[in-house]
Write a protein that binds this ligand. Structure first.
Ligand code: 13P
Ligand code: SF4
Length: 305
């Protein structure tokens, strides 16, 4: 079968089975073309609960499929490729979290959505890169333990000087590869370009940005801007997608090695096989996790919406 034939078959089967396909924007173009919604982690969470369908196939990483299941307990939810996990989400386990909480007993625990559902059961609220500042600002507590990404945490802390923050030493193994030197080099090569960056990048990189935002934030900014050239400081598929959507503008990656292989494991055939009942992994979570992580995720939707 050709790619177009596989896509046609996917569209036919998902309609027949009343299934929605949600795809994170880091997925390949051929996957975005069959998706009902594409966007960042926050957008995916909201769409998961809004969509009127009996099942959802998540093309992204495991924590996204789990979040989707928690927000839509009555729907069947599949992770298109069961090995797609986010390494940052695995950096802190419950035991480690309990030790941290013992060190910061009177702090509110704010978890980046890139964490396991198990971990979320013992956190106060979770946030995405697009909602972190707003949610931390709205919290009644002035002391915040931000886990696991200290880069996003520092970005939030700078915006909220009235609050006190403590951090964990995790972080996205992909975004942290970008250095201040990479930015200087890219700026020297493309002096007219604006630099748009994701807050998972290191502080020295974020400090040099013309715009800081989530995946969707970066894409919207570039599409709406009068500017014609952009250096992109996030996963390199965003460079491709923007170039595809805005052929009159130019987009450059800040570093060639900024590719998330975990997001890239999902293929069109994974979706096809999932719809055929021969692939993917249906998400089932124990009741205590549905409840505990649900409290944390619902609070995010309440405060961030
Ligand atoms: P957003 O899509 O929420 O910007 O986060 C990026 C990311 O790392 C996804 O795991
Ligand atoms: Fe996880 Fe980083 Fe990949 Fe996002 S880019 S899924 S945070 S490893």
């Amino acid at each position: 079968m050709t790619i177009a034939e596989i896509q046609q078959e996917i569209l036919r089967m998902k309609k027949e089975q009343d299934i929605c396909i949600l795809a994170h924007a880091y997925q390949g173009q051929e996957i975005l073309e069959v998706a009902d919604y594409t966007g960042d982690s926050y957008g995916l969470s909201v769409q998961a609960s809004k969509r009127d369908c009996s099942g959802v196939i998540m093309c992204g990483v495991r924590f996204m499929a789990e979040t989707c299941k928690i927000l839509s307990p009555k729907k069947r939810v599949w992770l298109a490729n069961p090995v797609a996990g986010c390494p940052m989400a695995e950096q802190l386990d419950l035991e480690g979290l309990r030790e941290l909480k013992a060190q910061y007993p009177d702090y509110a625990v704010v978890a980046y959505i890139n964490t396991t559902s198990e971990l979320k059961t013992e956190c106060d609220v979770c946030v995405t890169s697009s909602s972190a500042v707003e949610i931390c600002k709205k919290l009644e507590q002035d002391k915040i333990l931000f886990i696991p990404d200290p880069n996003l945490g520092h970005y939030v802390a700078e915006k909220l000087p009235e609050k006190t923050f403590a951090f964990y030493k995790g972080g996205c193994p992909r975004h942290i590869v970008v250095s201040a030197k990479d930015v200087e080099k890219a700026r020297a090569t493309h002096p007219d370009a604006l630099f748009l960056v994701h807050p998972e990048c290191r502080q020295e990189v974020v400090e040099q940005a013309d715009y800081v935002g989530s995946t969707t934030g970066i894409m919207e900014f570039a599409k709406k801007s009068e500017h014609k050239e952009f250096i992109i400081g996030t996963e390199n598929s965003i460079v491709e997608h923007l170039q595809f959507e805005c052929p009159d503008k130019k987009f450059y990656p800040v570093a060639v090695q900024l590719t998330c292989m975990n997001m890239k494991v999902t293929t069109l055939m994974d979706i096809y096989n999932c719809l055929k009942g021969q692939g993917g992994e249906e998400i089932f979570l124990p009741e205590n996790i549905m409840e505990g992580a649900g409290r944390c995720i619902h609070r995010m939707v309440e405060l961030g919406g």
